[in-house]
Design a protein around this ligand. Sequence first.
Ligand SMILES: NC(=O)c1ccc[n+]([C@@H]2O[C@H](COP(=O)([O-])OP(=O)(O)OC[C@H]3O[C@@H](n4cnc5c(N)ncnc54)[C@H](O)[C@@H]3O)[C@@H](O)[C@H]2O)c1
Length: 360
Amino acid sequence: MTQSRRFRIAAIPGDGVGAEVVAAGRQVLDALAADSGGALEFAWTEFPWGCDHYARTGAMMDDDGLERVRGFDALYFGAVGWPTVPDHVSLWGLRLRLCQNLDQWANVRPVHFLPGVAGPLRAADTEDLDWVVVRENSEGEYGGFGGRNFSGRGPGAEVAVQSAVFTEAGCERIMRFAFDLARTRARRKVSSVTKSNAQQYGMVLWDEVFARVAADYPDVETESVLVDAMAAKFVLRPQDLSVVVASNLHADILSDLGSALAGSLGLAASANLNPERRFPGMFEPVHGSAPDIAGQGVCNPVGAIGSAALMLRHLGLPAEADRVERAVRAACAQGVLTRDVGGTATTKDVTAAVVDHLGD
Ligand SMILES: NC(=O)c1ccc[n+]([C@@H]2O[C@H](COP(=O)([O-])OP(=O)(O)OC[C@H]3O[C@@H](n4cnc5c(N)ncnc54)[C@H](O)[C@@H]3O)[C@@H](O)[C@H]2O)c1
């Protein structure tokens, strides 16, 4: 008899469509557990943090929130941000606060082209396209260093400085992570994204560390590509990509481009990981709170369900993760699609179709 495995998950739906897509992902995981004959169980605790919480309390999350989520096996996150709160306040007050304090220094963002979803790159009709963006998630352009001054000089005279911080240790660990990931994939290749022609300090250090780390992985192909050229390459030669490692800002932008090429921002999944496993990982769709469609029941749950699959893999359940990913592909191939990818299905229809296909 298999032993029951129970996972404690902190659900943080956040704002806007976050609540809708987190409910969808939970439904899929609960269906998986119900079908496991008692082998699997997910124990959910929901934290009502976000912009409504800010309106009530003046803070995006509880003061002791970090302590409370630290002991969970994983965090399942929706999205944060609403027009009532400035974006830098909501992002720093919740999502970045969690990522930074739980030392989730690697952000894994797969780009999957799904059957039945008409992306602008129709090569996906004849070829399986998928690659992974590995984002440095702790420093770089989002290190939070800088300041504002000189407002006292009068209107129009204020100055702001926002510095990017690259440490050798930070570059090295994310690059080793990318190389290790490449070794698990059919194509063993790591593409490093740089801008060392213009950014002669941080990005030159990035390039030097990449060359040094690459020498330890002679079985993995490498290339170093300027970020602007990489944006073009995502469109023109995506079949040449496997693992793309990039700084915090570069990877943020490129992963949105990748998911838009695959058909919609609503499809993209992501995992924020502390690879040493000192802290739980946080799994979330790449998209934001989508105020333009929130509350209508039409948002695409595929990014959030894909993030749940990444969570399963991280929790040591690779067969279950494969099952969820296969079910998503089957639901899409069957044409059960939300309107952002050309269909008419609701969030609930897509979620139900994924749950149905778990049994395939
Ligand atoms: N990780 C996060 O929590 C995160 C990420 C990005 C933006 N934000 C926040 O979200 C708010 C809105 O930002 P934005 O409009 O730039 O980005 P967004 O991702 O919320 O929306 C961009 C576009 O994509 C569409 N979209 C997003 N998710 C979708 C889904 N699941 N299904 C179908 N369509 C979807 C939206 O309708 C919109 O047209 C802001 O407050 C921003 O700061 C949060």
